[in-house]
Design a protein around this ligand. Structure first.
Ligand SMILES: C[S@@+](CC[C@H](N)C(=O)[O-])C[C@H]1O[C@@H](n2cnc3c(N)ncnc32)[C@H](O)[C@@H]1O
Length: 373
């Protein structure tokens, strides 16, 4: 079946953040709202194809990892019918999605329910696309290393095999600016999700991350505030060039902080770095750093991913998260969002959260806790 869809793929439990971000950037870039999406599972949004919205998402959408154009869908469960259906769809398709393409590569994801192994599905999809395009007089070869386009095939939550073009050509959680990382750097798109879930408003909020590691959260917040293109080196103009985000980041480890500063420089993100233990970054210090930068934000927002805790003993973790709770209470009127995997956090932090939701960064399965003052 011929499909025409735009799909934003991200981490589990991030549909709401991905949708909210798309509304924000499309309203700014195109002066209209995108239509409401269909949610496919917990980490995929499906929209009708809209080339303008796709361009905006591809350039500016930070909370997704991939932007895909869905082209074909098949309910086949075996290789032969999949090939036959796909080759026929490609042959009779009148769209020119393959315009200018000389080579493709194929990747499959989540095809465990299919009655064949991944490699066989890859081979079948490749053959069907190359043969179907060939029947339309278009010659496309398969190229694994540097293809002009990446085709992805994946089962959707209705059990259909969806075949589409991965417009991001692979996951883009790595933006390219983080060549120096701390101990456990957060995935960039997860940092972007944190900012959206905490309702970061760059016109009003000062952001502080007192344990910034490689600086991922601070850098993503500063870039999101400006609506900077996701890919480093993309010459597209930022959506909010006039934005002056105030973002403060600290860490007690000097080497880590130097790395974070270099990362911010590469990313073109304005972040105020401050070395020291979190207790030294108190309310007065934070506001005076903002004042030195000539900024007068209305409110404060903590965005932080404290040490996960595999390395912390339970007693030590309790003390540490308790001290973190005391530090936050000392800020008095700051909202806060913490991404943590350690089960000791919730109780030790010592405050009732306003929101708690599962959020993972790679193999680390954690929760995002949001607190209101
Ligand atoms: C999980 S890492 C943060 C990772 C970060 N989000 C990133 O993406 O790179 C935690 C950081 O907290 C810092 N840290 C731990 N205890 C601290 C304290 N008491 N004060 C300041 N920084 C601390 C560590 O040096 C480490 O860089």
């Amino acid at each position: 079946m011929i499909e025409d869809g735009l799909r934003l793929v991200g981490s589990a439990q991030t549909n709401r953040a991905m949708e909210a971000e798309l509304v924000r950037i499309v309203k700014k870039a195109l002066a209209r709202r995108p239509e409401a999406p269909r949610r496919d599972g917990t980490g995929q949004l499906a929209y009708a194809w809209d080339a303008e919205v796709a361009r905006v998402a591809l350039t500016y959408h930070r909370t997704s990892t991939r932007v895909v154009r869905d082209l074909y869908a098949s309910s086949a469960r075996r290789l032969e019918p999949l090939y036959e259906e796909l080759v026929e769809d490609v042959r009779r398709d009148r769209r020119d999605w393959h315009h200018g393409l000389r080579s493709i590569s194929v990747e499959v994801r989540r095809v465990d329910e299919f009655a064949a192994g991944e490699r066989q599905v890859v081979g079948t999809v490749k053959n069907a696309i190359v043969d179907g395009l060939g029947q339309r007089g278009a010659r496309v070869r398969v190229e694994v290393d540097e293809p002009d386009a990446l085709v992805v095939a994946r089962m959707d939550d209705r059990g259909r095999m969806l075949v589409g073009l991965d417009l991001t050509k692979g996951t883009r959680t790595r933006r390219g600016w983080r060549s120096e990382a701390g101990e456990a750097p957060l995935r960039e798109h997860v940092a972007a999700v944190m900012a959206i879930e905490a309702r970061y408003d760059p016109r009003r909020d000062l952001v502080v991350d007192p344990m910034c590691g490689a600086g991922t959260i601070a850098i993503e917040a500063a870039l999101a505030a400006k609506g900077a293109p996701v890919a480093m080196g993309d010459p597209a103009a930022p959506l909010w060039p006039e934005a002056r985000p105030v973002v403060v980041a600290g860490d007690r480890d000097l080497d880590v902080l130097v790395a974070a500063r270099n990362n911010a420089k590469r990313a073109g993100a304005d972040v105020i770095f401050q070395r020291g233990d979190l207790v030294t970054l108190d309310r007065e210090r934070i506001w005076s750093l903002a004042a030195d930068a000539g900024a007068v934000p209305e409110r404060g927002l903590v965005l932080c991913n404290p040490p996960w805790g595999e390395r912390l003993e339970l007693a030590e973790a309790r003390l540490f998260y308790g001290a973190l709770g005391d530090w936050w209470r000392g800020l008095r009127d700051f909202r806060a969002a913490f991404l943590v995997a350690n089960p000791a956090f919730e109780e030790a932090f010592g405050a009732r959260w306003a929101m708690k939701k599962p959020l993972s960064s790679g193999p680390l399965r954690g929760y995002l806790f949001v607190y209101e003052p």
